[in-house]
Ligand binder design. Structure first.
Ligand code: FES
Length: 106
């Protein structure tokens, strides 16, 4: 029996991503927040805070964390985990950058 294959899609170019500023892309009706970190790495998470659905792409980015714009929960962009004292997790997506093109795997 075959496993489910991840689909890799180009969602942006590096030039379209401003460092430490979120950008929303829609894939199959799903909103994904892309972040280009100050290290140059690109992260992708679902654009929906696990608390009350805040738009994470509008949050403040600090290092590899984003602070939700609604109630300031701190979420790790590497693994999607909400930081204490709050808890929860947001879906993350694998990102690959090839020739300045940004791909995510779903
Ligand atoms: S909706 Fe994100 S912290 Fe409340």
């Amino acid at each position: 029996m075959k496993g489910v294959q991840a689909v890799r899609l180009q969602v942006a170019t590096l030039q379209e991503l401003t460092v430490q500023t979120g950008r929303v892309v829609k894939v199959d009706g799903r909103e994904i927040a892309l972040f280009r970190l100050s290290t140059g790495e690109v992260r992708a998470v679902e654009n929906r805070c696990p608390h009350k659905g805040g738009p994470l792409a509008e949050g403040i980015v600090c290092g590899e964390y984003v602070f939700c714009p609604l109630h300031d929960w701190k979420i790790c962009l590497r693994d999607g985990n909400v930081q204490a004292p709050d808890n929860g997790c947001v879906t993350t997506f694998q990102v690959d950058v090839v020739n300045e093109k940004v791909y995510i795997s779903m």
